[in-house]
Design a protein around this ligand. Structure first.
Ligand code: SAJ
Length: 407
């Protein structure tokens, strides 16, 4: 039996996927409410295909509980936040989970860490926990790192099809865990050592962060001299060896906006490009705010309460607000004592999360003169004609109404 620890955005789909492919799975989370929701037959977030996968897994016998199970294989999928000041990974949740596992597991157990950690975290924080519990790593307990790669918005598909990395001290154990993931994963699974697996995960997200930062910097250069950044990127990307991502209002989510900081935190004198890239991305919400003020001035709009921010989530068609550029903008506005005025709307966020949040697209549009498109949800793409007559600032390049302002 596999005990998956942590039933969040990664742990839950992974547990469901294994269960629906014939593996006996128990999912454990310390959040009682979350476990109760799952046991009542509901998923805890929206994702294409997740409800169907959930139904299959329940039919196959998956169990959800707040208790750790006594078994010989654990998959740890708990959050790894970063310390905002030191920029280093905060491994406290992984350490706590492994500690609890050590209290109950038999000798011969394999602990698979799925959570993203910076290179060296397992050596520095996880091995000591196991040793302090009196176990010998490699003899009593086997350690594996199997970082995930699935993208929110297309998780179920990517879980099935992406290639994966398994890092293990012992090749044979690595191969055994590879077999477990191969129960559902149709991609290639590479077995390597733990440090390499840790590094590849962080490097993949850092590559994307740096590429987005490059696009954001281009957007600023093009704004300065009135060039069309989207046309320029489109043409550049027709070169066979150029692939620039898209500029935007900032980088949110819990991966691309977080993981690269681990490298800056651990290698401050070496990770220069990464550091600058992260600062560039983090500066985008303020860049958008300045655009709003410029446009208001140009259009002689003076009433901030008639400015509407469309989109609260960190990207399109997900219900996840973590580190979202809109939240960063609202925070910045609050510091300037004007955060409570603008109207905000997002079809994916049903609960009131910020001041002046509205829950109906038409009412929201009626209440504002300037609409700032911060997230390209399908909803707004399908209702673009409703923006006719509004002043529009489009930070996602989704609107082609004449006169639309861009980044
Ligand atoms: N963004 C841009 N411009 C772009 C692409 C994205 O501004 O051209 C912004 C998005 O709007 C969003 C942020 O970047 O705010 C991050 O979104 P994303 O879609 O790029 O990535 P995530 O954070 O949802 O998922 C990433 C993925 N990593 C890579 O593609 C290398 C995913 O595969 C990982 O599994 C995930 O991080 C993770 O969990 O680490």
């Amino acid at each position: 039996m596999i005990n998956v620890i942590g039933l969040g955005y990664i742990g839950l789909p992974t547990a469901l996927m294994m269960a629906s492919h014939g593996v006996e799975v128990v999912g454990t989370d310390y959040n009682k409410e979350l476990v109760a929701t799952l046991n009542a037959g509901h998923t805890t977030f929206k994702e294409d295909g997740l409800d169907e996968l959930f139904a299959d897994a329940v039919k196959a016998g998956i169990k959800f509980t707040t208790e750790y199970q006594v078994t010989d294989t654990y998959i740890v999928s708990v959050p790894t936040p970063y310390d905002k000041f030191s920029k280093k990974v905060d491994a406290c949740y992984v350490v706590a989970a492994v500690n609890t596992i050590m209290d109950i597991c038999p000798k011969g157990t394999t602990v698979v860490v799925e959570s993203t950690v910076s290179p060296g975290t397992i050596d520095k924080y996880i091995r000591p926990v196991i040793e302090e519990n009196g176990f010998v790593i490699g003899k009593d307990i086997n350690l594996v790192h199997a970082p995930e790669r699935i993208i929110p918005g297309n998780m179920v598909y990517e879980l099935l099809h992406n290639n994966r990395t398994i890092g293990a001290d012992d090749k044979a154990i690595g191969e055994k865990i590879k077999e477990l993931y191969a129960s559902f994963c149709q991609g290639e699974i590479v077995v390597t050592d733990i440090r390499t697996a840790e590094m590849t995960k962080v490097v993949e997200n850092t590559f994307r962060a740096v590429n987005i930062a490059f696009a954001n910097e281009l957007a600023k250069i093009c704004r300065h001299d009135n060039m069309d950044v989207y046309e320029i990127i489109k043409i550049c990307n027709m070169h066979p060896r150029v692939n620039i991502l898209q500029p935007g209002p900032g980088v949110g989510g819990h991966c691309i906006s977080v993981d690269p900081w681990f490298l800056v935190g651990d290698y401050p004198s070496l990770a220069k490009v990464i550091d600058e890239s992260m600062k560039t991305n983090d500066g985008m919400p303020d860049f958008v705010l300045n655009r709003i003020y410029e446009i208001m001035k140009e259009k002689e709009l003076t009433d901030l309460s008639r400015v509407g921010l469309y989109g609260l989530t960190y990207k399109e068609n997900v219900d996840d607000m973590r580190e979202s550029p809109t939240l960063q903008m609202l925070e910045s506005m609050e510091r300037h004592l004007c955060g409570n005025f603008v109207k905000v709307y997002d079809p994916f966020i049903e609960k009131d999360e910020v001041p002046n949040q509205m829950h109906d697209l038409d009412a929201f549009l009626d209440a504002v003169d300037l609409v700032v498109l911060l997230v390209g949800h399908d909803e707004i793409k399908q209702n673009m004609d409703k923006l006719n007559g509004k002043v529009i600032l489009d930070t996602r390049h989704i609107c082609n109404i004449d006169g639309t302002y861009r980044l």
